[in-house]
Design a protein around this ligand. Structure first.
Ligand code: UDX
Length: 431
């Protein structure tokens, strides 16, 4: 079987690498000629540790190819993974226009049986819609199956997650599709779950929404911890030792961002509303997340007596470390607010950049963390980049105008920071 990956963004590029790495012949197809030219040279268009090297290796070995030629690519492959974007539409639900386009392209150019698989996160019922779109657009009826195989990888850990997943979920409505899809994953040791397509689609949304719920729960608890003078990180450590809870996703902070959680939670809430079902808990999860960055801003505003004329060093822009992705990044909300309230913002992030345009012209973007800290009245840490943990904060205090530190990721040791002379506040760090 030869594998075609439609869409060479985050999920597509990683999926292409995984199948090449496990011995399959893979082609990546994209409408963006610039991306394809770079990929042909083994270069990536986004930051993801370790991925570029593996893509380059398989491009060199000939196991991985890239093209913009839809007709030839679709005709020449048996299994087609749809990995195109599914952004949130105006009403908050997933916009399937690129998925539909891919399905219609497949219908037009198919020359025999195809197994079409969705990897992109798509709303429940999309497998059925893709079947209908292909059947409608086919010039002559040729056999095909459509299956759902959601991707659970995290940005920044894509290589590790995709090569060693916790589970593989295969949503198929017949044996032919299920067996073929399973055969692509024979070399994977993790549990493989075969379900109906709708179930597979929902597993992805339910997983992300549940993780988002853990985060919002801890963020609410953190506010109580501040009042009770208890450190939320220690509470999380104690809770996480219960295997029914588990230690991950219990870190309080500025809230979740990125391209998945906000979009997926909102899609599931929308699906519940459309189906007259209640998912009130997720509405609260979204609400907590929306207001979380304001909590740290309030602490800083109170300490500084307002932001007007104050210099604030913002450390970290990416929605989390090891990525240059700034989609729904809490740092952007913080920066917007600081600018609106008249602060001078000095920003440092090791990889991510601000969007172009007039909105952020007033921000001083610094080459080094030290440049951002110079003469600042307060530091606001928004992304827990490991490099920030390696800064000698005792030394760095000399650069600051005032040693006020607001740690939006509870990254640094609260007690030590206070001992060396900082006014230090985290999110639920005790007081
Ligand atoms: C997520 C899912 O983890 C992944 O399975 C899915 O395929 C895509 O969505 P990703 O968006 O890359 O992956 O990021 P993730 O590492 O899950 O973090 C999401 C957000 O939650 C980040 O903004 C992070 O800072 C935040 N987070 C995470 C917390 O605030 N606290 C935590 O304890 C964990």
């Amino acid at each position: 079987m030869k594998i075609l990956i439609v869409g060479t963004g985050y999920v597509g590029a990683t999926t292409a690498m995984v199948f090449a790495e496990t011995g399959w012949q893979v082609t990546g197809l994209d409408v963006d000629a610039g991306k394809i030219e770079r990929l042909k040279e083994g270069r990536l268009h986004f930051h993801e540790p370790g991925l570029e090297e593996l893509i380059a290796e398989h491009v060199r070995s000939g196991r991985l190819q890239f093209t913009t030629d839809k007709a030839a690519a679709i005709a020449g492959h048996d299994v087609i993974f749809i990995c195109v974007g599914t952004p949130s539409g105006a009403d908050g639900s997933a916009d399937l226009r690129y998925v539909r386009q891919a399905a219609e392209d497949i219908a037009r150019h198919m020359d025999g049986y195809k197994l079409v698989v969705t990897k992109s996160t798509v709303p429940v019922g999309t497998q059925e819609r893709i079947k209908a779109w292909i059947a409608e657009a086919q010039p002559a009826p040729l056999p095909f199956d459509v299956a759902s195989n959601p991707e659970f990888l995290r940005e920044g850990k894509a290589v590790e997650d995709a090569l060693r997943p916790d589970r593989i979920v295969i949503g198929a409505d017949g044996r032919r599709a299920a067996e073929r899809l399973k055969s692509l994953y024979v070399s994977f040791a993790c549990p493989q779950l075969v379900t109906a397509p709708r179930t597979a689609e929902l597993i992805k949304y339910a997983s992300n929404s549940f993780l988002a719920t853990k985060i919002s729960f801890m963020n609410e608890l953190a506010k109580l911890c501040d009042k009770l003078e208890v450190n939320v990180s220690e509470v999380a450590e104690g809770m996480g030792l219960d295997p029914r809870i588990g230690p991950s996703f219990l870190q309080a902070g500025l809230g979740y961002g990125g391209s998945c959680f906000p979009k997926d939670v909102s899609e599931l809430v929308g699906a519940a509303r459309k189906n007259d079902a209640d998912l009130r808990i997720l509405e609260q999860v979204m609400d907590v997340n929306r207001t979380q960055s304001a909590y740290l801003l309030d602490k800083a505003r109170l300490r500084l007596g307002g932001f007007a004329g104050r210099t604030v060093a913002v450390l970290g822009l990416a929605f989390k470390p090891d990525t240059d992705d700034i989609r729904e990044a809490p740092a952007l909300r913080i920066i917007d607010r600081l600018l609106r309230e008249g602060a001078d913002v000095r920003l440092y992030d090791p990889v991510a950049s601000l969007p172009g345009g007039a909105d952020y012209r007033a921000v001083a973007v610094c080459e080094e963390a030290e440049d951002a800290l110079r003469d600042a009245d307060a530091v606001m840490l928004c992304t827990e980049w490991p490099a920030f943990g390696r800064i000698d904060w005792e030394e760095a205090k000399r650069l600051l105008g005032q040693p006020n530190f607001f740690d939006g990721r509870n990254m640094l040791d609260a007690e030590r920071m206070r001992r060396i002379g900082y006014y230090y506040q985290g999110i639920g760090s005790g007081y």
